[in-house]
Design a protein around this ligand. Structure first.
Ligand SMILES: C[S@@+](CC[C@H](N)C(=O)[O-])C[C@H]1O[C@@H](n2cnc3c(N)ncnc32)[C@H](O)[C@@H]1O
Length: 255
């Protein structure tokens, strides 16, 4: 199956469960993006791969205009509803593939993208598209989950992630994500990393696919009991399988 079709299929099935999870993913979402955007926060902002619009709504509050862009129509519907319920009238939504953005050169003061780079077939191509649609001096804020710098641990975590959701292609180690951003027409201004504790069953619930859960539950528990953390802190705690996601934020300026 073509990768972009797989993304759309996955996120159509996950629209409801991801919509419920997304507001809980980061309790600093508004401040985090405002700080990282700097003055661009008051301009025209693109939320690339906006999903259910939590970040779109967060950045729209201080912006002249926010545009949510995604390939999954069911997600765009959730985003529209979220922003309407928040009383935001400065938002627009557009459907499409991030590899070919339907916007003119220099259209935006800021571009933000959260939890999406690891779904892109060619993240470098997408970031070069982002550089094209940002005005010179415009701000990019990338937030994504990253894997261990150890290649074997990274491969194991990516395998687990991919079995849970095949639209997930490859989470990068932080150093590789930084290098990719810098090589795509940006100068990095700031970066930060934080860990978010997760429960395996809650995470599998979002994927919303009982068959995958059944097999992966066995694999994750066995790894945890063997002391294989997969670079994601896999462990057994109070009868549950737990782990963490390591988040990375990069604030950069279009050079
Ligand atoms: C894990 S969700 C993250 C949603 C949102 N950014 C958030 O953090 O709440 C990933 C989103 O990326 C979208 N997506 C993945 N690949 C895409 C592409 N090539 N073009 C546009 N959207 C894409 C999916 O449809 C999905 O809504």
């Amino acid at each position: 199956m073509e990768h972009i079709k797989r993304v759309e299929e996955e996120f159509t099935r996950q629209a409801q469960t991801f919509d419920a999870y997304a507001p809980k993913a980061d309790d600093r979402v508004e401040d985090r993006f405002r700080e990282a955007l700097g003055e661009a926060a008051m301009g025209v902002i693109l939320d690339l791969a906006c999903g259910p619009g939590v970040v779109t709504a967060a950045v729209a509050k201080g912006a002249k205009k926010a545009v949510g862009f995604d390939v999954t129509p069911a997600m765009l519907e959730k985003a529209r509803k979220r922003c309407a319920e928040a009383g935001l009238s400065n938002v627009e939504f557009k459907h499409g593939n991030a590899e070919a953005l339907p916007f003119d050169n220099g259209s935006f003061d800021g571009v933000v993208t959260r939890l999406a780079i690891h779904h892109f077939a060619d993240p470098g191509l997408v970031l070069r598209e982002v550089a094209r649609v940002l005005r010179p001096g415009g701000r990019l804020v990338v937030v994504d989950v990253v894997v261990s710098e150890d290649a074997a641990e990274a491969a194991l975590q990516n395998a687990i992630e991919n079995l849970r959701d095949p639209s997930h292609l490859r989470m990068l180690p932080a150093t590789e994500l930084d290098t990719l951003v810098a090589a795509s027409g940006f100068e990095i201004l700031d970066r930060s990393t934080w860990d978010k504790s997760r429960e395996f069953e809650e995470w599998m619930g979002i994927a919303n696919d009982g068959l995958r859960t059944k097999s992966l539950r066995v694999v994750a528990r066995a790894l945890a009991e063997e002391g294989r953390s997969a670079g994601m802190g896999l462990a057994r705690q109070d009868g549950k399988t737990v782990f963490f996601h390591r988040w990375r934020l990069i604030a950069a300026v279009r050079s």
